[in-house]
Design a protein around this ligand. Structure first.
Ligand SMILES: Cc1cc2nc3c(=O)[nH]c(=O)nc-3n(C[C@H](O)[C@H](O)[C@H](O)COP(=O)(O)OP(=O)(O)OC[C@H]3O[C@@H](n4cnc5c(N)ncnc54)[C@H](O)[C@@H]3O)c2cc1C
Length: 418
């Protein structure tokens, strides 16, 4: 059975559903295919932040040397599985090249633009009574356990202030005012008041439902298995539920996008960067933090998730597509939580979750038309910031496909830049 559609979106994570909503609102006939349920990938178990002030790319001066030290520590938040893989070698070489101050600041300009557009769009979405996804603007508190991370936190804060972001440095009094239960001895932190958080599963579900209500077709349990190209265009998309003939294709398959892109003859450099999270049911109403916290020394994030749960998340492992969870690393996360909040013993946690951030070497997403395949648009590679960048990505893809001038200069996000 062959079906025609104007625009086919591959992937039902935050990027796919946001793109479906804005394209549908612009009057396009849209079909979204998802191999599983909605929100089955990285969009499911992440740290839930709309990270307005998180604009420094992963690739930054000093990151490589710190990463190499961490490689020797089995409990560290970072790990590269040693393996002979040409794509990984090319990714690492380009990552290294992006670790300069100049490149970091250039990347930060783009990320900050994406962040500020998205936060405004999140406010608009959250104002719609039909779209409940637990959106709260309560800021983000970075905590520093050591002098080294106090200095690094202050340096980042200074850079962000220089770019116009409100950032408040805090000593013990300020920290206690925001988070009265913090353990003694934690005397330094930095507060980003413009940060928000939300429930990512609710977000993806309600945006997907809304897109469907407004006319998009969503095909679940429909995996893209192959393509037929003709004259430099995608003529057919083969799926486990039949063949589709789209005019345009949006590739929004998260970390899996690089596999599909390679098969399409439009390769992109991207690594699945595994992270873990555990969602915890509160034992009492006031257990856990009142707002998102980041423990900078261990890279552990804790976020309240609705009324009766919170979630902690951490780690970045470049280990290919391997969902296994390293218990030692997870235990270190627990311990670092116990270092900052006294009521973190005996957590009543759900099964640990792991997911793959779609990580590009320079930390910027790939948003734009393919150079190699005429009717292919990339909407992927959002790394640590895919939840934050969902709405603006949907808007930018819509602008590309309707021939409008994009709201943000897309040049730094060109899919063929490596
Ligand atoms: C531990 C952790 C914490 C994070 N914290 C944050 C945070 O606080 N804030 C933030 O902004 N970001 C955060 N991120 C990053 C964010 O989760 C991702 O960038 C984002 O979810 C990527 O969304 P996506 O839609 O591109 O990919 P995904 O959510 O992975 O969705 C891709 C979808 O494509 C589908 N798919 C794949 N192949 C096919 C195929 N062949 N056919 C059909 N469907 C296919 C998959 O099943 C999947 O559902 C975090 C990530 C992790 C791992």
């Amino acid at each position: 059975m062959t079906q025609k559609t104007d625009i086919l979106i591959i992937g039902g994570g935050v990027i796919g559903v946001c793109t479906a909503l804005y394209l549908t609102r612009a009057g396009h006939q849209v079909t979204l295919v998802e191999k599983d349920e909605l929100c089955a990938g990285a969009s499911r178990g992440n740290a839930c932040w709309v990270a307005a002030g998180y604009a420094l790319p992963t690739a930054a001066p000093g990151v490589l040397s710190q990463g190499l030290k961490w490689m020797l520590d089995p409990g560290s938040p970072f790990y590269i599985k040693p393996r002979l893989n040409l794509d990984l070698v090319r990714w690492l070489l380009n990552f290294r090249a992006a670790c300069t101050h100049e490149q970091m600041m250039e990347g930060a300009k783009t990320l900050l633009q994406l962040n500020s557009h998205s936060i405004q769009m999140f406010r608009d979405l959250a104002a719609d009574p039909d779209l409940e996804f637990g959106y709260v603007e309560a800021g983000l508190l970075h905590l520093h356990l050591s002098e080294k991370y106090r200095k690094l936190g202050e340096e980042s804060a200074e850079l962000m202030r220089g770019m116009g972001m409100e950032v408040i440095s805090m000593g013990r009094d300020g920290l206690e005012e925001l988070e009265p239960k913090l353990k003694e001895g934690i005397n330094s932190g930095v507060f980003y008041p413009e940060h928000a958080h939300l429930n990512p599963m609710q977000l993806v579900q309600v945006i997907g439902d809304q897109a469907e209500k407004e006319g998009a077709k969503i095909m679940l349990h429909t995996e893209v298995t192959g393509f037929k190209k003709s004259g430099g265009r995608i003529a057919e998309i083969h799926t486990t539920n039949g063949t589709l003939e789209p005019d345009e294709v949006v590739l929004a398959a998260g970390a899996w996008s690089s596999i599909l892109a390679k098969r399409l003859g439009a390769p992109i450099l991207m690594e699945p960067a595994k992270g873990y999270s555990v969602t915890v049911k509160k034992r009492s109403a006031d257990q856990g933090p009142s707002r998102p916290l980041s423990i900078d020394d261990t890279k552990v994030a804790v976020t309240p998730l609705g009324g009766d749960k919170f979630r902690f998340s951490s780690t970045l492992e470049l280990a290919g597509f391997d969902p296994s969870i390293n218990q030692t690393r997870l235990d270190v996360n627990y311990q670092s939580l116990q270092q900052v909040l006294p009521d973190m013993e005996l957590l009543d946690g759900e099964e640990p979750w792991s997911g793959y951030r779609p990580l590009t070497p320079d930390g910027l997403p790939y948003i734009g038309r393919s150079e190699q395949v005429e009717n292919l648009v990339f909407a992927t590679g959002h790394g640590m910031l895919g939840i934050t960048h969902g709405p603006i990505t949907g808007k930018l893809v819509t602008e590309i496909l309707t021939g409008q001038t994009p709201s943000i200069d897309l040049t730094p996000m060109r899919p063929d830049r490596f």
